[in-house]
Write a protein that binds this ligand. Structure first.
Ligand SMILES: Nc1ncnc2c1ncn2[C@@H]1O[C@H](COP(=O)(O)OP(=O)(O)OP(=O)(O)O)[C@@H](O)[C@H]1O
Length: 728
């Protein structure tokens, strides 16, 4: 599809949505005349029509008109036409960009009501639990009035309670709780322990936070790894018994230790294996290799020091200790064995998924936010969601001033404080945005010195902050907040504040994404309120130090020498911000590419697990595996061994054993992918080898594992059967 086509398809789509809005508006008077009972009767009626095959698109105007009228009666809020437009686009599986204070919470009610009528569950996903609970109880009144059930899924709930929430027609929850529930559901041993029932339709509130900002770090469930102490100790003992050059050689150039032929023979003898390098001995080789590296490449007090029963890494460039950091992939444990300190248990990743791949599992996904247009291409490319900018209910009156440019941060903060003081003296409310908590506190100290009373927020307590930020529009209020603080709460102007010019937003630094800057600006000027926003930029800001590069530093030097104008530096700041955005985009892309490898396999494994979980009688499957792997004779033997066992118990055991085998094969694979991802030189991995190479490697390993799975199932069952035989 060319851009031109895309553009016209978007226009067509938008046009269709407008037509739907008109239909909803046409129903306004008719629905206003209905009694409560008549309005409530629409729910079963529409449900039945959808169940008998009527298309959602067809039912939409009536469903929206119903929810709209119910909102008026229950909440006293009647959705504006622009909210209807936003709602229709949400139903279409796209992103509605609606400015702060336009009433996104209410907008979502209509498409959620409509999609819940299908009876498969509709989810509203927010970024924190405070918002989920607030919106569930606030909007919940409308749904309940219309006869639908509403749940709120929170972290603290038990599986049984969670299940109850997900069984409601509509469920409010957070992105992380939802993702973890999905992963946990795929790790259960009894289908009754699952909490979710499919992923049907979701509206993501603050969709850019969820799908862009949080998309860099996947959701990971980890658990204790195998206890390996003895293996490390054995390998260490073996390594220490070797003689340099006779049994092993060291190459400092490529930082490696290699066993000689004699060394290999010794290893085979020491560990009782016929051949050291085979498929079955890979794990052993790994232990030996780590023990060799620990003993002959890593030097105490150079690469690490031994602390209070622990190994502490040393940065070999600066000589500084790196507390809390560890060598990966077993080397740390090998060094612990070498130095005879406690061997920490390893952790393994039991399951992981990126938000990208998780949310793509929904039949239909939509989202809303104040700021998405800047990331339009990524939304389309990654999620196949289009971004529509919804016009505001009233024209925006806020004035966005050009950035103020300073030579140094010091000068900048002095100017910020001076401006806050002036605004505060006349009573105009001020919201000061900072990128980091550190700056937040520094500014607060400066304000204290000036005797300016103020509130400080740094996204640590969502519920308290919502209360504070809601008051940021009062006369004389000065609020210093990090970007994320109190998100999702809109700021209404207090009495007399509009006459003073409305809320003043001062951004003390340009963020690494323009989108986040826009979010801050958008805090002011809601529903046609007056207000202004202004950013302060200094040449030694983090943004430039991190992303300007050499040529950028030259531009800055020019400016400092008086050779560039402020206007040129504004354009320069835009350019550097774009560069930062590009790099972050690349990072998300890479995370996703790694996860894509896992994703296809996750599908197979989770499906296999599900199939086993849902099996009434796994015996047939087990028999087939045995027949396949071991032949008729084993089958006979197995049957005779298990003949007297209670068939119900046998079924249960067979199931659990099969599930465990799948997990045992799957987990190291996930962990392997994690290693790749977390590897120090992730970037070099991606540069040196094309991603496809990893994919192939993944498949290869996976195939082996699937074969092993069958092996494991069979041998575990045989073992179990034999033990049964002995005890009887
Ligand atoms: N149609 C309406 N009529 C009257 N009040 C409304 C309407 N829609 C929303 N509101 C009110 O407007 C305020 C802002 O709503 P909401 O918090 O949903 O805004 P928002 O778009 O989500 O903003 P934010 O970006 O802060 O999340 C709320 O107090 C809500 O009650």
């Amino acid at each position: 599809m060319s851009f031109g086509d895309l553009f016209s398809s978007e226009k067509r789509h938008y046009h269709e949505a407008e037509k739907q809005v008109k239909k909803i508006l046409d129903l306004e008077a008719e629905y206003a005349d209905k009694s409560d009972e008549q309005l409530q009767a629409k729910t079963p009626e529409l449900k039945a029509r959808i169940a008998s095959g009527e298309r959602l698109e067809k039912v939409l105007p009536e469903a929206f008109a119903t929810a709209r009228e119910a909102s008026r009666r229950v909440l006293g809020e009647f959705p504006y036409p622009v909210q209807l437009l936003g709602g229709v686009l949400l139903d279409g599986g796209d992103i509605a960009e609606m400015k702060t204070g336009e009433g996104k919470t209410l907008t979502a009610v209509m498409p959620i009501y409509l999609n819940a009528l299908e009876g498969k569950g509709a989810h509203v996903v927010t970024v924190n639990e405070y918002l989920a609970s607030r919106d569930a109880s606030w909007m919940g009144e409308v749904y309940r009035f219309l006869g639908l059930s509403v749940g709120c899924n929170l972290h603290e709930l038990s599986p049984a309670q969670k299940r109850e929430q997900y069984l409601c027609d509509i469920t409010y929850t957070t992105n992380s709780e939802l993702g973890f529930d999905y992963l946990r559901d795929n790790m259960v041993y009894d289908p009754k322990d699952r909490v979710l029932r499919g992923l049907h339709y979701a509206v993501l509130d603050e969709v850019d936070s969820i799908l862009i900002d949080e998309a860099r770090t996947p959701l990971i469930i980890s658990g204790p790894g195998p206890v390996l102490d003895q293996n490390y100790i054995n390998a260490d003992r073996f390594a220490k018994s070797l003689k340099r050059d006779a049994d092993y050689t060291v190459s400092r150039e490529d930082n490696s230790v290699t066993l000689t032929e004699a060394g290999i023979r010794k290893a085979e003898k020491a560990f009782g294996v016929a051949h050291l390098y085979t498929d079955q001995t890979a794990e052993l080789v790994h232990y030996i290799q780590n023990a060799l590296r620990a003993n002959y490449l890593m030097s105490r007090d150079v690469e690490y020091v031994v602390g209070d029963n622990e190994i502490i890494l040393v940065d070999t460039f600066t000589g500084r200790k790196m507390e809390g950091r560890e060598f990966s992939d077993g080397l740390h444990q090998a060094i612990q064995a070498k130095e005879n300190v406690n061997i920490k248990q390893e952790t393994v990743t039991l399951a992981s998924i990126t938000y990208q791949n998780f949310f793509r599992l929904y039949d239909k996904l939509s989202g809303m936010t104040g700021t998405a247009k800047t990331e339009e291409a990524e939304f389309l490319d990654t999620y196949n969601m289009r971004v529509y900018a919804i016009p505001t209910n009233k024209p925006v009156r806020r004035i966005d001033e050009p950035d103020q440019i300073f030579r140094t941060r010091h000068e900048k903060y002095e100017a910020v404080v001076k401006d806050i003081k002036a605004l505060h003296e006349k009573g105009q409310p001020v919201l000061v945005g900072t990128v980091s908590v550190g700056i937040n506190e520094q500014l607060s100290a400066m304000l204290k010195k000036e005797g300016i009373p103020h509130q400080v927020l740094n996204a640590k307590n969502d519920a308290d902050e919502a209360g504070i930020i809601a008051k940021a529009g009062q006369k004389y209020a000065v609020t210093v907040a990090t970007n994320m603080a109190g998100r999702g709460t809109d700021i209404r102007l207090g009495e007399g504040a509009a006459e003073l010019g409305g809320l003043a937003v001062l951004g003390t630094e340009r963020h690494e994404a323009a989108r986040i800057d826009n979010q801050l600006r958008g805090r002011s000027g809601r529903q046609g309120d007056p207000g202004f926003s202004r950013f302060y930029v200094a040449m030694d800001d983090d943004l430039f130090e991190k992303y300007a590069g050499e040529e950028g530093q030259a531009v800055i030097a020019h400016y400092l020498a008086g050779k560039e104008s402020d206007a040129q530096m504004r354009a320069f700041a835009d350019r550097i911000q774009k560069r930062a955005e590009g790099l972050h985009f690349d990072a998300r892309r890479r995370t996703l590419e790694f996860d894509n490898v896992l994703s296809e396999q996750r599908e197979v494994v989770y499906e296999q697990r599900s199939r086993i979980l849902d099996m009434d009688d796994p015996s047939e499957h087990v028999m087939e595996l045995i027949r396949l792997k071991r032949g008729e004779e084993s089958e006979q033997k197995f049957r005779s061994l298990t003949e007297d066992t209670d068939p119900e118990i046998l079924k249960h055991v067979e199931k659990v054993v099969m599930l465990q085998s799948i997990d045992r094969c799957w987990i190291p694979h996930v962990d392997f992918m994690e290693h790749l991802k977390q590897g120090v030189s992730l970037r070099s991995y991606a540069q040196v080898k094309p991603i496809d190479a990893y994919k192939e490697e993944g498949y290869k390993r996976f195939n082996i594992m699937m074969n092993e799975t069958t092996e494991l199932i069979v041998s575990a069952l045989m073992q179990w059967a034999e033990s049964q035989n002995q005890t009887e």
